[in-house]
Design a binder for this molecule. Structure first.
Ligand SMILES: [Zn+2]
Length: 134
């Protein structure tokens, strides 16, 4: 066969034209699906819980993390609103607020790490099976 770019004669299994470097149809198939950047998944998940998981292709799972984080935030806000400037109420609710803050932090870290893990799993499946795992 001949190169479509320069007309140079090339072998049927050549990936590139030897003269002009143009990629040839007879070469090995290009990876059709792009891999996921694991660092991006981690950073996205650290900024918004669940975003890294969504980035790794598990949209509904990432969405449930996001909703859970939003519920925690709304609950904390409702408690703060209820407490207001009442010092006695502040003391009564401080434990709940602390627990909610810790739960939110844990959720954040876990979601970021899960997104990172899914990105890794996604890339491994692309490499070994040639397609996404989900
Ligand atoms: Zn050529």
């Amino acid at each position: 066969m001949y190169c479509a770019g320069c007309g140079n004669e090339v072998g049927d299994s050549d990936a590139f034209c030897g003269r002009c470097g143009r990629p040839l149809a007879g070469g090995p198939p290009q990876m059709a699906i792009d891999g996921k950047d694991e660092a991006v998944a981690l950073v996205l998940g650290a900024i918004v819980p669940g975003l890294g998981i969504m980035y790794s292709g598990r949209f509904r799972e990432g969405m449930s993390y996001l909703i859970a984080a939003a519920l925690f935030a709304v609950a904390s806000f409702a408690v703060l609103l209820h407490v207001g400037t009442d010092v006695a109420a502040m003391e009564a609710f401080s434990g709940i607020l602390l627990l909610t803050a810790m739960a939110t932090l844990a959720l954040h870290l876990f979601a970021a790490y899960a997104g990172y893990g899914y990105a890794k799993e996604y890339n491994e499946a692309l490499r070994s099976e040639g397609g996404p795992p989900w």
